[in-house]
Design a binder for this molecule. Sequence first.
Ligand code: NAI
Length: 302
Amino acid sequence: MAMRFDGRVAIVTGAGGGLGREHALALAKRGAWVVVNDLGGARDGSGGSATAAEAVVAEIEAAGGEAMANAASVTDPVAVRAMVDAVMAKWGRVDILVNNAGVLRDKTFAKMELEDFRFVVDVHLMGAVNCTKAVWDIMREANYGRIVMTTSSSGLYGNFGQSNYGAAKMALVGLMQTLSIEGAKNDIRVNCLAPTAHTRMTEDLGARLPLELLGPEMVTPGLLHLVSEDAPSRCILTAGAGGFERAYVTLTQGAWIAGEDAPEQVAARFGEISDRTGEVVPDMGAAQGFIELTKAQAAHKA
Ligand code: NAI
């Protein structure tokens, strides 16, 4: 059956270009009313203009869809709240939030100014927090919500020159993990999407990549699943060039070690601690403690 979003209202941040634009176009094409948010600034977050969002709204309307433009910076909680108020006044609901807005200020950590670190964390992490906070009670009251945080392989696995960006992107995974737990009883499903696509953000890598395979539209099917009626929750979906994978934060079976020579034992048995045979994905943070206590209790009984 075709995946449809009729009657659903979706906010997509940073939707004036790149991946966000594709997400917005696809949601509108499949029936959603879409808020196209974009500050319209440069890749490093400087400047701003409403025209980027307005152009995408015009595209959606030309194709017969419904959309509204919004130029709030996701870093401004007051402007974000005003955006959500305007959406509620016009359509009376918010079902889907795609936190996609992002900027880059790459430098090695040695050369990184704290201001550039803070700015990137502010846009990616606090931007998603501001937008999510503004819709959270609406979704709780409606007993329905679908939220995606756009993370990155740079956060999941690291990337040279991206300590600020990687830290912000991995912080979004932590945010998703807890919000998916807190949102479950109100059917608010929260997931992360880690895309790979040729956009303004990755244009510097251009010469090294087969760009024709890396269209942002190849990522959007994954996003649509994460915000659909049948969405999973608490997933990290990676997507690019038509490839879809899942990333997990896992825990190994490890070892139980105590006593005077515990530091030496941790060193000596580090291979055993690191062995991935039988690793698990804990369903919440406390599970780590339970697993460790179980080992300790078993050791004390033996
Ligand atoms: P892009 O630069 O084309 O899109 C980002 C959009 O966010 C821009 O239109 C920009 O104006 C907007 N934006 C920036 N700051 C904003 C703010 N404060 N408020 C509202 N809008 C703001 O880049 P792309 O590639 O489409 O990136 C989309 C998301 O995907 C970003 O979160 C990025 O970090 C993430 N991502 C992209 C990857 C890729 O391969 N292109 C890889 C991993 C993650």
